[in-house]
Write a protein that binds this ligand. Structure first.
Ligand SMILES: *Cc1c(COP(=O)(O)O)cnc(C)c1O
Length: 220
C-alpha cells in the first residue's frame, strides 16, 4: 500500500540520517514525492497519508492535476524538477512553490520579473550539471559561482539551493560529494539530491531533500 511505502522510505531516511555522525543534530532529509505520470486520485491518497511535498517535471502535466489539488489541500508544497522553458515561466511561477531547475540567465531574469509581477515569493535552486554531461541540463560547475552571483546580485533572484542528477550508471557518491561541497561554498542551505535508487547515499553526503518517485508510486 502507498502509506506503507511512504512509511518504509521514511524509516530508511531516518536510518541513513542516524549514520551521519557529523551532522547528527541537523534535521533529517525531507521527502519530496515525485508525482510525474501519477494520477490525481493516487496523489490524493499520498496527501491523505500525510505526504506534504510533491514534485513534477513538466509544467503542462502539473497544470492538469495541481490547481484543483492545491485548492483542496492548500498546505501542499509543489516543486518543479524538470526543464523550464521561458514561455512557461509565468505559469510555473503561478503554480509552483519551488523551482529547482534554474540553469540559465535568461530564465532567471524572466522568473524574477514574473515573480515580481505576480507578487509571489518562491524558492529557487540552481540545477548543477555535476557530471558535465553535454545532453543534460544544468549549470556547469565551473560557471556556478558567476551564475549564482549574477542571479543574486544583478537579477535579484535569491538562489537558496542546489539540485543535481548524477550521471546514470555511475557510482553517484563522488557527484553527491562535489555538489554538497558546492552548496556549502555558495551558501546554499537546500541540497536536493538522491532518488529512489540512491537516496541513502545522497543523505550520507548531506542531502536536505530527496526526490522519490518509483519507490512510492511504483514503476510508471
Ligand atoms: C523522475 C525524477 C525523480 C524520481 O526518480 P525515481 O527514480 O522514480 O525515484 C527525481 N528527480 C528528477 C529530476 C526526476 O525527473
Amino acid at each position: 500500500m502507498l502509506a506503507d511505502r511512504l512509511n518504509y522510505i521514511k524509516s530508511k531516511i531516518l536510518a541513513a540520517h542516524a549514520k551521519r555522525l557529523k551532522n547528527a543534530n541537523s534535521p533529517a532529509a525531507k521527502l519530496i514525492a515525485v508525482s510525474k505520470n501519477v494520477d490525481a486520485d493516487i496523489i490524493e491518497q499520498a496527501i491523505l497519508s500525510g505526504q506534504t511535498e510533491f514534485a513534477e517535471n513538466k509544467v503542462q502535466e502539473a497544470l492538469n492535476k495541481w490547481p484543483k489539488l492545491k485548492e483542496t489541500y492548500p498546505h501542499i508544497k509543489l516543486h518543479l524538477i524538470g526543464a523550464l522553458q521561458t514561455n512557461k515561466a509565468k505559469l510555473a511561477v503561478d503554480l509552483f512553490d519551488t523551482i529547482q531547475t534554474v540553469d540559465r540567465i535568461k530564465l532567471a531574469e524572466i522568473l524574477a520579473n514574473e515573480a515580481e509581477k505576480q507578487n509571489k515569493q518562491l524558492n529557487y535552486y540552481a540545477q548543477v550539471n555535476i557530471g558535465q554531461e553535454p545532453q543534460k541540463a544544468g549549470v556547469d560547475p565551473q560557471e556556478l559561482t558567476s551564475f549564482i552571483t549574477n542571479c543574486r546580485q544583478n537579477i535579484g533572484l535569491p538562489i537558496t539551493g542546489l539540485m543535481c542528477i548524477p550521471p546514470a550508471e555511475m557510482n553517484p557518491a563522488p557527484y553527491f560529494y562535489l555538489t554538497a561541497k558546492l552548496a556549502k561554498s555558495h551558501n546554499c542551505t537546500n541540497l536536493s539530491m538522491g532518488m529512489s535508487g540512491d537516496f541513502a547515499e545522497a543523505i550520507k553526503f548531506g542531502a536536505t531533500e530527496i526526490r522519490i518517485g518509483t519507490a512510492i508510486f511504483g514503476t510508471r
